[in-house]
Design a protein around this ligand. Structure first.
Ligand SMILES: [Zn+2]
Ligand SMILES: [Zn+2]
Length: 561
């Protein structure tokens, strides 16, 4: 949208979100005030905005989602009840003199990453992931962002870019696409994984899924995007340098600096430095390990640890990690080969990832893995069983084998099980239960606490510092974490010389515009829950922890599974 038109519709955006809603950004010791946070509302358009904000804020909040970004509705609930449908569709229109950043998920709890960038009347979506609920909500497989805010302005959405193929970044795409219907851009590996999901849903033909190469530049509306090679725990992670008329922002995605990632290329430090030389307005950066000292290790370290851990073992070696960690799959295959063993995969998600990895050439040169039938004819001491279930998931291969419920695989005394992944907070109990079950049967269990059989895919503090030294952003916006992660990241960013660090929560609207950079508003981030069949409004799921009952048949189902 031309700037003049945007200004006419939304003449004073900073103030429009003011009444009762604008909160100053996090206090920054020693930093100067932006001077842009004011509480004024002067005209009808602004009142519409306030009504919109109030409407969205009156939604019920639930504790299992962690910090939802809720703000009290205060004295506007009466106005909210007068809302008409048309008014509900009002909202921020990004001007040509600013970039708006709106994290819809990923900044209040780990997972469910989805963010919007707005500029010159247009919006760009980055990622659409899920968060897994575990014991927090029995019967609910995953939750994701309710895309209503995007849907309401879909004509101004130029597309969605995917940073990498992890569930917390792509897991919602096949659920939400029918409501978004915008082009999706991904690297070949991520595109392969997404396409297979869409095929299962029967919607692959309708989706405009386009691939881009790592390091490629492309233009989407007013956004000039450069994809920059990073390293992580999945092939082809990219950072996105998003250039606009008012400056460049860097969306790092998930990353670490791994000089020997085993699959794919190393992070493009040159490109990051060049970007820093050009000048970066703001960096939205991974906070997962912002409380971890030192530097994250390389995938090559995990390979060495696995070679050592495999040596001299007698029975079957079973190893579990995240299915998407293709580098780990490769490391396991190499460690097996060095120790005279063959690899067999157990678990659907591992088989799918193997297919995607082979299609993209990431397992070239490795022997084919054994089928389960062939493994059954192979001596146990010659086998490495790679299986799903590193988080203690009840239906995954590892727990079924451990419980003696797998149709063709079982553990015996003298076998070894290696957890090549850390338990995500919330899953420790389930993992501990599997461990007890295995140890009771005389199976040796090795976890990352016992040996170097796992390295993280996220940057620790020294890596973050190095990133800030390369990119030198004016503003830091920590993402991908809970409040303690984001706060630790913000403190680190300030020591690295950023002018300000703004700590977002899901639904915050951050304006990036030089001196006028500030959190200028908030929309209530609504959620959808997937129960294995349908998407349901999270607000309507019983709070007592019971499974959704038959009453759900009468609830509005937003989208068939
Ligand atoms: Zn992630
Ligand atoms: Zn990731």
């Amino acid at each position: 949208m031309p700037e003049v038109l945007a200004a006419a519709i939304f003449p004073s955006r900073g103030a429009a979100f003011g009444l009762g809603e604008v909160r100053p950004s996090a206090p920054v010791p020693g930093a100067r005030s932006s001077g842009s946070v004011e509480c004024r509302h002067q005209n009808q358009n602004e009142e519409k905005q306030i009504l919109y904000m109030t409407y969205t804020m009156n939604r019920r909040h639930r504790s299992p989602l962690g910090r939802l970004g809720s703000k009290p509705a205060r004295h506007h609930s009466r106005l909210a009840r007068r809302l008409t449908g048309a008014q509900r569709h009002s909202g921020p229109i990004p001007g040509a003199d600013e970039i708006l950043f709106l994290p819809l998920g990923g900044t209040s709890r780990i997972g469910m990453n989805m963010a919007l960038y707005g500029h010159a009347g247009k919006w760009l979506i980055v990622d659409a992931g899920v968060a897994f609920m575990g014991d927090e909500a029995p019967g609910i497989d995953a939750i994701m962002v309710d895309p209503t805010f995007i849907e309401e302005r879909i004509d101004d959405v130029v597309g969605m870019i995917v940073t990498h193929a992890h569930e917390d970044h792509i897991g919602a795409i096949h659920h939400l696409w029918p409501r978004l219907r915008c082009p999706i851009y991904a690297t070949p590996f991520a595109a392969h994984v997404i396409r297979e999901r869409l095929k299962e849903k029967g919607s692959a033909r309708q989706v405009s899924l386009r691939t881009f190469g790592i390091g490629e530049n492309f233009v989407l509306g007013p956004f000039q995007v450069e994809s920059i090679a990073m390293t992580h725990s999945v092939p082809e992670p990219v950072a996105l340098a998003i250039r606009t008329g008012v400056g460049t922002v860097l969306h790092t995605g998930d990353w670490k600096f791994d000089p020997d990632p085993l699959v794919g290329r190393a992070a493009d430090l040159e490109a990051l430095k060049r970007l820093g030389d050009e000048g970066v307005l703001a960096m939205m950066c991974d906070s997962t390990n912002a409380m971890v000292e030192g530097s994250t290790g390389s995938e090559a370290d995990a390979r060495e640890g696995l070679i050592e851990a495999f040596a001299g073992r007698k029975g079957v070696i079973a190893i579990t990690c995240f299915a998407s960690n293709v580098a780990r799959m490769k490391a396991v295959a190499e460690a097996a080969s060095i120790n005279g063993r063959r690899v067999v995969l157990a678990g659907r998600s591992l088989l799918k990832m193997e297919k995607a990895a082979r299609a993209c050439g990431y397992l070239d040169g490795l022997p084919e893995f054994l089928s389960l039938d062939a493994a059954a004819r192979t001596p146990r001491r010659k086998l490495v069983l790679m299986c799903t279930g590193s988080q203690g998931e009840e239906r995954a291969a590892l727990s079924r084998i451990a419980r003696g419920e797998h149709r063709s695989l079982s553990f015996r005394r003298g076998d070894t099980v290696i957890f090549s992944a850390r338990a995500i907070p919330g899953n420790e109990e389930a993992v501990g239960e599997i461990r007890r079950l295995l140890e009771d049967r005389g199976v040796a269990v090795i976890s990352p606490a016992d040996a170097k059989v796992h390295v993280s895919g996220h940057p620790a503090r020294d890596d973050l510092t190095r990133m800030y030294e390369l990119v030198r952003p004016r503003f830091a916006v920590p993402v991908h974490g809970t409040l303690p992660h984001l706060e630790a990241h913000a403190r680190l960013a300030r020591t690295c010389g950023v002018e300000r660090a703004l700590i977002p929560e899901d639904g915050d609207i951050i304006r990036l515009a030089g001196e006028r950079t500030a959190v200028i508003g908030h929309i209530e981030p609504r959620r959808l829950a997937y129960d294995g069949q349908s998407l349901l409004p999270w607000d309507e799921i019983p709070t007592d922890g019971t499974q959704p009952d038959e009453n759900f048949a009468t609830q509005p189902v937003l989208l068939a599974a």
